[in-house]
Write a protein that binds this ligand. Sequence first.
Ligand SMILES: NC(=O)c1ccc[n+]([C@@H]2O[C@H](COP(=O)([O-])OP(=O)(O)OC[C@H]3O[C@@H](n4cnc5c(N)ncnc54)[C@H](OP(=O)(O)O)[C@@H]3O)[C@@H](O)[C@H]2O)c1
Length: 380
Amino acid sequence: MKRIQLLGASGSIGTQVLEIVEEFPEQFSLQAVTAKSSVKTVLEILSRHDVEMVSMAEEHEETIKRAYPDIKFYALEKGGLETIAASEDEAVVLNALVGSVGLAPTLRAIERNKDVLLANKETLVVGGSLIREALKASESSLIPIDSEHAALRECLRGSDVEDVEKLVITASGGSFRDLDKKALENVTKEDALKHPNWVMGAKITIDSATMMNKVFEIIEAHYLFDMPYENIEAVLHKESVVHGLVQFKDGNVLAHMGPSDMRIPILAALQGAKRMSFPTLFDLTSVGTLHFEAIDGERYSLFDLGLAVAKQGGLHVVTLNAANEVAVRLFLEDKISFLEIETLIKRALDHFQNDNHLTLDKIVEHDQRVREYIRNIVSR
Ligand SMILES: NC(=O)c1ccc[n+]([C@@H]2O[C@H](COP(=O)([O-])OP(=O)(O)OC[C@H]3O[C@@H](n4cnc5c(N)ncnc54)[C@H](OP(=O)(O)O)[C@@H]3O)[C@@H](O)[C@H]2O)c1
């Protein structure tokens, strides 16, 4: 029985993890769950699973403890995520949090030699170098759940990363892929949230529309597979059927394809070496034609900007991520337009200096400073 500490249980990924856990009750169980404010969802989860630990915003402690007095409750504000991730329990940590809040618990879990199944891409975006260092001193495995990276992992099975010439990930192009830049001036939150191929949480759906998501995934691939940026490429592929490709030095190219269903990479991360039975519908004849094209850096200007920042590394990437997190939130709250996301990110990058010596404290402190900076600009 694999016991799971599920961080971000109420979200899009969290919900699909629960589906897998409930599909395989003999193999998987929940040891801990966390959410921020979705207390109804957490109570529902607790009614179906024998959970020992919960972390949420402090204001929900009373509600949870009243319904489940024996559950150990840890407030988010008092480091609840880190406490759960660092607990002695024999469990894997499945990180389905959104945002840079995912970094500290991931580090704690690795320090405890726990395996981490990682959907939370912002962990590697802001703290990839710290995670790499921590893994060197640990017995943990870090297993990606993002579909593109799970695809690359499948293609790399049994191969040596040294034999790889290039990693390629695909991008759907997001909700506005058929609009030119001018037309983006008037798009709404409702339009932006209609992703053509995937049903996902709000933030990643907006990140897909700006192409920031692909920048984050290139950073993720860089740290997960220890691959220089020059050897990682992203291409537009509107069907989202091929998720990742590995081109080997000898000319062979392996591509991974499958349905747009996150339960497949979730199960792949959970199941270990032996494949479990999970029938899904995939019919090449109904897929028909596949298209691939280069990402236009003028149309998706955040892609080029983000990639340049990624290559610089250091605190600049933390600035990029924090400014993006706040700007996307402000767009979702109807406080800024879609194109202002990019304007705000550029302002933050111009305002803050880079620093290549990162520590967790420095990242957390800088992240807060950038968030405040962006909120101040918009509230003026
Ligand atoms: N969704 C996908 O299909 C998909 C695919 C690939 C990768 N990913 C990545 O997976 C991660 C999760 O994505 P998602 O779409 O599942 O996000 P989501 O639906 O927004 O869920 C986020 C989860 O994190 C919790 N949370 C939010 N802010 C928090 C905070 N400050 N402290 C503690 N918990 C917090 C939420 O709790 P509340 O519900 O209480 O707010 C929720 O449980 C992201 O990094 C995303 O890029 C997602």
